[in-house]
Design a protein around this ligand. Sequence first.
Ligand code: NIG
Length: 401
Amino acid sequence: MSLLIRNARILTLGSGTRPRRGKELADLGIIPTGEVLVTDGKIAAVGPKVEAPADAEIIDALGRVLMPGFVDCHTHVCWAGDRLDEWEMKLRGVPYLEILKKGGGIHSTVKAVREATQKQLAASLRERLGTMLREGTTTVEVKSGYGLNTEAEMKMLRAIRRAAAEWPGTVVPTALLGHAFEGDLEEYARMVVKDMLPEVSKEFPDIAVDAYCEQGAWSVDACVKFFEKARKHHPVRVHADQFNSLGMIPEAVRMHARSVDHLEASTKKDLIALAQSPTLGVILPITGLHTDQRFMRSRLFIEQGGAIALATNCNPGTSPSHSMPLAIALAVRFCGLTPAEAIVAATVNAAAVLNLGDRGTIAPGQRADLVLLHHKDERALAYELGGNPVATAICGGLIMR
Ligand code: NIG
């Protein structure tokens, strides 16, 4: 069965799936009034006018914007418990790293995750994924990282796999094996390399690995030792420079990391080095808003030719939102992206972070993950704050009703 969407303002996002840089970042590849034919879950044709079978189901877009589904390329959306007491502490001025140092923060969520069953973790994740899809997110990266021992990390990864199987969108798991540590960091990091990594590799051979390089979390030295071992089999991603610039960027670039995420505290020199490398920079503006009003210097990064992607970083500590439209709205207000750049960062560039070449653009052969907005002008997506701009989400060719 085919689906024809007609009378739409189509943001094709251009051709090719390589990450967009520099001026390309503002190119939405717009067809002002056009049609998209979807067959067997894929885009069969796109253009001002396309040929469609007589029995195709028809959606009249009424001139509204049709664009690729959002790709949320950095989340911690699998968790248990809540952090409301700590949030009140933060509101009274206690910094995030202080709470972490005292055994709270990530450690509070670790305790709750260890107490939850795999089934409970999968069920709450599934519910959050449902909300994300209603807001236009059709692909979600989900990190582990709240287990901090092999058993609990594996439980998280299996819960993520289980929730993914019940969701029409695509979930890409990431093994965040270096999120925090218990006891002595050096000993803990050795255990991760010796015990946890081989277990993960056995059951999830293609999974990307991640670590949080920060004071009170993993040092540059621990990250480098872990990644040097892991990168023989796994793509590498890294959280760096959220609060402090520790010197992780040059190492990430040297090790050909897929992405470096956060970057709020990065030096100019490091941002330029990252911008001139194949590694993508991922901005997380909801975290800046919620945590301490610091944001990545994205304009400098873009002007230096950097490939930028955008994500929610949905998690119970620094970013309690799974809304890509909100991330876009904040990227424009606080990181200096134009609405067009934010849309590119949230679709084709975010797909590149996950190495998914079959989405993020509207072109023949691509997966039919599409979003029809309520708006006729895509700038309204960045303008609107806190609503849901999505009229209809289409996921793998299926209309989500
Ligand atoms: O990316 N900072 C490290 N990880 C998350 C926060 C996780 C948490 O506080 O639970 C982040 O902001």
